[in-house]
Design a binder for this molecule. Structure first.
Ligand code: FEO
Length: 177
């Protein structure tokens, strides 16, 4: 059974994950227009993952007899100035999500809510992975620089990351089978 305070904190997290899903969808659209298909594909996948993050919390609240609330999502940015600016924005948003998850972990200790504490462990690990991935992408973009062919090379790097993620997902599915 959730306390009202915990239920509100989890519903706030649903909002943050929903915003991320829409923000990343908007980024996928912009990248697609720039002809950066590998990067667009990457952001489409991130958008779907964020929806999954949102739904996990939604179902968890239901499972413990709470009331998950479908969030209203404020308008996300539709245009970006460069892939570097875009990925910096992703990284900043991920750091905000991590801080918010950490606050709920803190609350679960204060409220002796061990079920929620256990539930949140998946998010703690996921946020570490996402922040590390975004730092890797930003490091590669900075190495490539702003030369005339930079968009092409950045996109090639994103295709490599897509392939690595697809292989990791296939290996995980094999291990589970
Ligand atoms: Fe669900 Fe990437 O935060």
């Amino acid at each position: 059974m959730l306390t009202k305070k915990m239920e509100a904190a989890l519903n706030k997290q649903i909002e943050l994950e929903a915003y991320a899903s829409f923000l990343y969808l908007s980024m996928a659209s912009w990248l697609d227009i720039q002809g950066m298909n590998g990067s667009a594909q990457f952001m489409h996948r991130q958008s779907v993952e964020e929806r999954d993050h949102m739904l996990r919390i939604f179902h968890y609240i239901s499972d413990v007899d709470g009331h998950p609330l479908t969030p209203s999502v404020k308008q996300v940015p539709l245009k970006f100035t460069s892939p570097q600016e875009l990925f910096e924005m992703v990284y900043e948003h991920e750091k905000k999500v991590t801080a918010s998850i950490n606050k709920i972990v803190d609350l679960s200790y204060k409220e002796n809510d061990y079920a929620t504490l256990n539930f949140l462990q998946w998010y703690v690990a996921e946020q570490m992975e996402e922040e590390a991935l975004m730092r890797t992408i930003l490091d590669r973009i900075k190495l490539i620089g702003n030369g005339p062919q930079s968009l092409y090379y950045i996109d090639k790097e994103m295709e490599k990351i897509n392939q690595a993620e697809a292989s990791a997902a296939a290996a995980e599915a094999d291990a589970e089978a």
